[in-house]
Design a protein around this ligand. Structure first.
Ligand code: NDP
Length: 326
């Protein structure tokens, strides 16, 4: 088998030298209840930059992957079925029912997705799509309201914006390239801007002069705390999903914005997709059967390129969900 280990703590941007590739023998003899999973796609996610606690004793780089069961001694997981499991950047894994793992020891069986690619179980109808689903739900947008989505051409933002559109909102998206902005227009976003070419302040003044009711915040940092706060309407809500603009920084975050919360009586809502695991199945079915969601994937081919693909995600090279095809 092959697996990528994380061998150094990240400082600044992740670097190729933070990882090494291990090839080793592994017994594939299964005990009762066990399954053997062959990786199809690895998930690349910003939290991998800031949550070192998931690194196990063998230092395999942590992530979800979607894989196919290639041998099984568990009737609930027959050979051929597709599973999402939190086993990291590895090509082959023996999963045992009593082995502790995030979100279930043997992983989640992927529901029948018809002709859709299995990779979507990590993206649009996987963890990032679910984050968008619950994030928008927490923000309770009403038809006619204005919603701003940052990192809008990413895995979470692209789905969040489309859900807000389905709810009848005017949706504004920001992203870091022309190509990303063009895609957002195709998705039906009402206004888009490239935050690298215009200031966020100018862009918001021109496209949402009456202010923002709901901000789905993936970016944090100056973008949120210095600029967006001034464009919120009274009684606005901010759903904080993450703060990617700060993840590569070793400086403490800027959090001095309490006065804005008080003046505008804003509600700031943090949300963690893991809080809603009891409703993941319901939400996955909804995401799958809306039948209206468009997606894009940035797929890097080849297990050997996983570290570079992760570095590219943190630099914003992905549109939609970032994945490695094994
Ligand atoms: P994305 O697919 O959105 O990829 C990250 C994107 O962030 C990049 O493509 C880049 O796009 C943008 N970005 C990177 N650096 C900056 C910066 N300095 N300023 C502004 N934008 C930047 O990742 P995800 O959709 O997987 O995750 C988006 C956010 O949601 C992250 O903050 C993540 O931590 C959070 N999250 C939270 C979860 C929860 O349960 N709360 C679960 C999953 C994700 P661009 O070119 O537009 O800059």
């Amino acid at each position: 088998i092959k697996r990528w280990r994380k061998v150094k703590e990240f400082t600044g941007e992740p670097k190729l030298s933070d990882f090494d590739l291990v090839e080793e023998q592994m017994s594939t003899d299964l005990q009762t209840g066990e399954i053997l999973l062959e990786a199809l796609f690895l998930s690349l996610d910003p939290y991998m930059r800031i949550e070192p606690e998931h690194l196990g004793p063998d230092k395999t780089m942590f992530s979800e992957q979607v894989g196919r069961v290639v041998a099984s001694k568990n009737p609930a997981y027959p050979v051929g079925c597709v599973v999402v499991a939190f086993v990291g950047w590895r090509t082959l894994t023996v999963l045992s029912p009593d082995q502790p793992s995030l979100f279930g020891s043997l992983g989640r069986r992927v529901p029948d997705m018809g002709n859709l690619p299995a990779s979507l179980a990590l993206g649009c109808v996987g963890m990032t799509g679910l984050t968008a689903y619950f994030g928008v739900e927490r923000g309770q947008p009403q038809g006619g309201q204005t919603v701003l989505v940052s990192a809008a051409a990413g895995a979470v933002g692209s789905v969040a914006g489309q859900i807000a559109k389905m709810k009848g909102c005017t949706v504004v998206g920001s992203a870091g390239s022309k190509e990303k902005c063009n895609w957002l227009k195709q998705l039906g976003f009402d206004h888009v801007f490239n935050y690298k070419e215009t200031t966020v302040d100018e862009a918001l003044k021109s496209c949402v002069p009456h202010g923002i009711d709901l901000y789905i915040d993936s970016v944090g940092g100056n973008y949120t705390y210095d600029v967006v706060k001034g464009h919120m309407k009274v009684d606005g809500r901010i759903v904080v999903l993450g703060a990617i603009s700060t993840y590569n920084s070793d400086e403490p975050l800027v959090r001095d914005w309490s006065l804005y919360l008080v003046d505008k009586q804003l509600t700031v809502i943090g949300t963690n997709v893991a809080r809603h695991t009891d409703r993941w199945h319901h939400a996955t079915t909804q995401l799958l059967h809306w039948g209206k969601l468009h997606y894009r994937e940035t797929i890097t081919k080849g297990f050997q390129h996983a570290p570079q693909a992760f570095i590219d995600l943190m630099r914003g090279r992905n549109i939609g969900k970032a994945l490695v095809q094994v």
